[in-house]
Design a protein around this ligand. Structure first.
Ligand code: IMP
Ligand code: MG
Length: 185
């Protein structure tokens, strides 16, 4: 049965906000080269939209991660499915994520990336669901939207690999917590 998708943030709202956040990043970094790391697959549409609005020299890299099985999930250990192509030594890194939920993925990722000798590592997310945070130490440097605890799709985010191409952010009605876990990432 097809899910009911309710619009939470329109395409115009998302675009306008990405422009504002890009301006903030442009102000903060000036002409310092910035190395964007996209967390696949969800972060890809946001990274493209953000990158188009950045004015410093920008480079891209991509990483794909997945959580270990449910028993180890609480430890926050995630598996690297696709690692970066480039070293991070001396680079100003900006991780670009679709959504921070429990924070487990990012807590792990930030630890791993910091061990690779970058100049600094900051975090930029399209969406933040702070109510569900487990890893309180994850500090988000740039957030486009803080949203309530609901399962959302569109703009790169999926439900069972569907709806990533939707140009707006929508809430999937009637998704239970257990299903939510299954479709993460
Ligand atoms: P965390 O480790 O719990 O913060 O998980 C974050 C990842 O789970 C995100 O990068 C998403 O890929 C996925 N995720 C969390 N919440 C949602 C949602 O509402 N819709 C789609 N994917 C989500
Ligand atoms: Mg993600």
């Amino acid at each position: 049965m097809a899910e009911q998708i309710r619009v939470l943030l329109t395409e115009e709202e998302v675009q306008r906000r990405i422009t504002q956040v890009a301006e903030e990043i442009n102000r903060d970094y000036g002409n310092t080269p910035l190395h964007l790391i996209c967390v696949l697959k969800g972060g890809v549409m946001f990274m493209c939209e953000l990158a188009k609005r950045l004015t410093m020299p920008v480079s891209f890299d991509f990483m794909s991660v997945s959580s270990y099985g449910s028993e180890t999930k609480s430890s926050g250990v995630v598996r690297i499915i696709k690692d970066l192509d480039e070293p991070l030594t001396g680079k100003h890194v900006l991780i670009v994520e679709d959504i921070i939920d429990t924070g487990r993925t990012l807590a792990y990722l930030i630890d791993v990336l910091k061990q690779r000798g970058p100049e600094d590592v900051r975090l930029c997310t399209l969406l933040d669901k702070p109510e569900r945070r487990v890893k309180k130490q994850v500090s988000v440097d740039y957030t486009c939207f803080t949203i309530p605890d609901a399962f959302v799709v569109g703009y790169g985010l999926d439900y069972d690999q569907k709806y990533r191409n939707y140009p707006f952010i929508g809430v999937v009605d009637g998704v239970a917590e257990s299903e939510e876990k299954e479709s993460a990432r």
